[in-house]
Design a binder for this molecule. Structure first.
Ligand SMILES: *Cc1c(COP(=O)(O)O)cnc(C)c1O
Length: 339
């Protein structure tokens, strides 16, 4: 029995999801005629209290589209040094938008409003790139699934208003934050100009992301999505999978969070482990003692058919998900506890 904890993206569609996909009504979404996509877009827009939502093949394309919406070539966005848009989108920020990133040295992928304000280039100082956008990430991926304090987000909104900056949320795992902190999507819709969310992470759909925003921004987003090659045709089956995930695989995210906490507790007791980052959602990041070679630790896990991610700088990552069963969980904890 393989235990794959590399990411929450490794899940397969469940039987119920496959049934929903098979029976979905289809149409050509480039003509906005796929009823299942249209219904999902309306549902997600309403969830966030935004006028419009647009379905994307990936979270990366949704984020890249948002960045393009809010910036002009030569300008600069502000993000944390751990940000997915900076680290894990293939340099798309510069490739697609001609924009540079002002990196902020935040805590677990999260910045303070004061740090954001200090990172803004004075608009009349034409030697520096013009700051036009702030992007946040919730939960933070490289930050170990940490959740933002919503008060700090509100303060960052105030800073953005004062300096005429756009505010985008990379909410690939926002669902996990909403569940962990009992927050509502609506409150996020009120403070951000655009939000991207993923159905292919903890929710367990095979593909799909959504970008939400106001009418004018989303009409522009439609053209950018087209230019990036993200206009797709009879994709109602993908929207049906996402819709099914929202209906049936949302509340269970709390189970992933509990399992991640259990894993962290056991890791903490291991001699081989130096430190474990606090677990708030479904990601566990930990460091080994310097006398334990990483390769040896990973090989030992691999011998038990357990896969985890190497995040670099001595950090290892485990992510719990839909297909990580109770039986696998019991098995993993037992294997870890073995000397
Ligand atoms: C996974 C992820 C994305 C989007 O990734 P895709 O693989 O392109 O869907 C964006 N931001 C964060 C923080 C992520 O973890």
């Amino acid at each position: 029995m393989q235990i794959d904890l590399r990411s929450d993206t490794v899940t397969r569609p469940s039987k119920g999801m496959l049934d929903a996909m098979r029976t979905a009504k289809l149409g050509d979404d480039v003509y906005a005629e796929d009823p299942t996509v249209n219904a999902l877009e309306a549902r997600v827009a309403a969830l966030f209290g935004k006028p419009k939502a647009l379905f994307f093949p990936s979270g990366t394309m949704a984020n890249q589209t948002a960045i393009k919406l809010h910036t002009q070539p030569g300008e600069q966005l502000i993000c944390d040094k751990y940000a997915h848009v900076y680290n894990y989108e293939g340099g798309g920020v510069s490739f697609n938008s001609g924009v540079s990133c002002q990196l902020v040295d935040g805590h677990r992928g999260m910045m303070t409003a004061a740090q954001v304000e200090a990172a803004i280039n004075p608009p009349d100082f034409y030697h520096s790139p013009l700051t036009s956008l702030v992007t946040l990430e919730n939960t933070t991926n490289k930050g170990g699934g940490a959740c933002w304090d919503f008060n700090e987000i509100s303060k960052i909104r105030t800073v953005c208003d004062a300096h005429d900056l756009g505010l985008h949320l990379d909410g690939a795992r926002l669902w996990n934050a909403l569940v962990a902190k009992s927050e509502s999507a609506l409150q996020y819709g009120q403070v951000f100009d655009t939000i991207s969310v993923c159905f292919s992470k903890g929710l367990g759909a095979p593909v799909g992301s959504m970008l939400v925003g106001d009418e004018a921004l989303m009409n522009k987003a439609l053209r950018i999505r087209k230019m990036l090659g993200g206009g797709m045709r009879q994709i109602g089956s993908l929207a049906a999978a996402a819709n099914y995930a929202l209906d049936h695989q949302y509340d269970r995210l709390k189970d992933d969070h509990q399992k991640a906490k259990d894993i962290a507790e056991v890791l903490q007791q291991l001699e081989a482990v130096l430190s474990v980052e606090p677990v708030e959602t479904n990601i566990v990041i930990f460091k080994l003692n310097p006398n334990i070679p990483e390769a040896l630790f990973l090989d030992n896990l691999k011998a038990h058919d357990i896969l985890v991610s190497d995040m670099g700088s001595g950090k290892l990552r485990m992510v719990t998900h839909l297909d990580y069963t109770d039986a696998m969980h019991a098995n993993l904890l037992e294997i870890l506890r073995k000397p």
